[in-house]
Structure formats: C-alpha cells, structure tokens
Design a protein around this ligand. Structure first.
Ligand SMILES: Cc1cc2nc3c(=O)[nH]c(=O)nc-3n(C[C@H](O)[C@H](O)[C@H](O)COP(=O)(O)OP(=O)(O)OC[C@H]3O[C@@H](n4cnc5c(N)ncnc54)[C@H](O)[C@@H]3O)c2cc1C
Ligand code: FES
Length: 274
C-alpha cells in the first residue's frame, strides 16, 4: 500500500524496561495500511537535528472501543538522538511519521509451529506478526485468519532489566522462552544456544543483531529449516533513493546489493551473504 506522511499525536509513552519505551501514536491513515514486518520512518519534532528519520518496526496497531484502527505502537531502545528525544515525549506532543515502508513478513497461509527468534530489541516486529499468525487481528484491511497452530517467541536479552513486552506476547497467545547473558531471567546464555538445543518449530523467523541472525541462519540452513530474517540495517531515506542500506543478497549469478528498505527488511536467510 502507498506510504503516507502524518504528524502523529503522542497518546502515551510508557517505560517497558531499561532504556526501553512503548510510544503510542495516533495516525489512523498509516495504521490502517501497515502490515507486520513493515516499518515506519520517525522524525522527532525538531527543525534540523536529527535531519533524517529513523526506521522503527510496527510493534502493534491500536484499536478504539469499536475496533477501528486509530494508531500504532512502536517499542524503542534509547541509543542516540532520535530515541533520546522520543523518550522525552509526552502525551499531546507531535512526531513526524511516514510509512508503511518495506515488504513485511512473507505471508504464511498454513503452518504448524512457528518460532519467532529475537535478540536485543529484535522482538519489536513480532507482536503484530504473532497476532496475524494466530488469527486474532487483521492488518491493512484484511480479516483475521488463523495461519499457524502455535507460536513460540525465543527472546534473548542482556539481563532481566532489558526484557520488554514479555507480557504482551503472552497475552497474545505466544509461548515465551527467555534467555539472558547474565542469567538474571530465563536460561543463562545466548538465545541461539537455546534454539540450537531445542530445535523448535517448522519455520523460524529471526530479528536482532547481525551476529545472532548469522548464527540462526547457519543453523537453519544446516538443518534445512525454512528461515527468514528481518534486518535492522541503518537507513537514511527508507524509500530506496540513497542506497545507504544495501546488503549482499545471493542471485543466480552470485550476489548483488539489495536495498533493505525496499527489497526487505525481511529476507530468506538462505539468500543473505553474511
Ligand atoms: C527496519 C528497521 C526496524 C527497526 N526497528 C526498531 C525498533 O522497533 N525499535 C528500535 O529501538 N530500533 C529499531 N531499529 C533500529 C533504529 O532504527 C536505530 O537504533 C536508530 O538509529 C536509532 O536512532 P537514534 O537517532 O536514536 O540513534 P542514532 O543517532 O541513529 O545512532 C546511535 C548509535 O547506534 C548506532 N546504530 C544506529 N543504527 C544501528 C543499527 N541498525 N545497528 C547497529 N547500530 C546502529 C549508531 O552507529 C550510533 O552509534 C530498526 C532499524 C531498522 C532498519
Ligand atoms: S535507506 Fe535509502 S535506499 Fe534504503
């Protein structure tokens, strides 16, 4: 669907974990078009600094009392200027938004058990996706339809204080399997180790830091498990113009650079040249 630009009103901005917030934005036009796995470009309401927008995944759509789509939630980790400004936003402020952008997750018609594998802030695209897979919400005008029997979220964090949105995933009907580097929550170790020891599900979809995606992708390829990855490559325009987001993707002749913003951000893990 065509992207739109909106000046979205902040409805709420709640802390979910250490340096991690969920911002609720009123943007009915954009919200009625976006699908799980797509992203929006966000620009804080400042004249020049930062000049460029930053990409953020759809966390969830927001419905009013009658079930109409009125906005979106974004969950963000404070790492720099834009996220620092977002953290200072309060209800009533305005935020510049454009989207939906990117292709979103590949449609799945019917599946048994799906594993959504997240590291760091990589859980953010998975709440809306879990709702779509379990058939509890429709997106972009489509009716809800059950597409998977079961969804397990494997979610690795540095320590307990960074775990954000776990109750949202549980309330959405997912099983959540947590790991932390320091053992303060879930199983101690990397999320990739837990996935490797359990080898869950018929299909994997992963999002997070590149070394984690590389490890998940190698494992899935070795075992022949279909696996998609959602890349978090830094982006300048989000619209396919600047080529700042290119990544190497296999082609029949070898490989070629693809723009993550318009050709992704979701790719078949077999095709990514790490
Ligand atoms: C499709 C997509 C979806 C995303 N969804 C989310 C989301 O839902 N929530 C969220 O918190 N973040 C998300 N990100 C990452 C987010 O866009 C960046 O963290 C963004 O740069 C933050 O902006 P900033 O101005 O606060 O920090 P900046 O000033 O841009 O950067 C701060 C620091 O982070 C580094 N950095 C910036 N981007 C990345 C990156 N992608 N990987 C590694 N280091 C980076 C910079 O080098 C710098 O050191 C997503 C990225 C993409 C491409
Ligand atoms: S961010 Fe500009 S081409 Fe992808």
């Amino acid at each position: 669907m065509t992207a739109v630009q909106e000046s979205a009103r902040v409805l709420a901005n709640d802390r979910l974990g250490r340096d991690t917030y969920r911002i609720r934005l009123e943007c009915p036009e954009l919200a009625s078009r976006i699908r799980p796995g797509q992203f929006v470009m966000v620009r804080a309401d400042r004249p020049n600094d930062p000049l460029l927008g930053r990409p953020f995944a759809l966390y969830d759509t927001v419905l009013d009392g009658q079930g109409a789509v009125v906005g979106i939630d974004i969950v963000y980790l404070v790492v720099g200027k834009t996220t620092g400004l977002l953290a200072q936003s309060a209800a009533g402020d305005r935020i510049g938004l454009w989207g939906p952008l990117g292709n979103g997750f590949r449609p799945i018609e019917s599946a048994g058990h799906i594993a959504l594998i997240a590291g760091g802030i990589g859980q953010t695209p998975f709440l809306a996706y879990a709702r779509e897979l379990l058939g509890t919400r429709g997106f972009a005008g489509s009716d809800p339809k059950k597409r998977a029997e079961r969804v397990t979220v494997y979610y690795g964090v540095r320590s307990a204080e960074y775990a954000a949105g776990v109750s949202d995933f549980e309330a959405a009907g997912c099983t959540v399997r947590l790991t932390s580097n320091d053992g303060t929550i879930g199983v101690k170790g990397f999320v990739t180790d837990l996935v490797a020891s359990e080898l869950p599900a018929d299909r994997w979809i992963a999002c997070g830091p590149e070394p984690m995606l590389h490890a998940v992708s190698d494992l899935a390829n070795r075992l022949g498990i279909p696996c998609d990855v959602s890349l978090e490559t830094p982006m300048a325009c989000g619209l396919g113009i600047c080529f700042s987001c290119v990544t190497k993707i296999r082609t029949p002749d070898g490989w070629d650079y693809k723009r993550v913003c318009v050709d992704g951000p979701v790719f078949d893990a077999c095709n990514v040249v790490w």
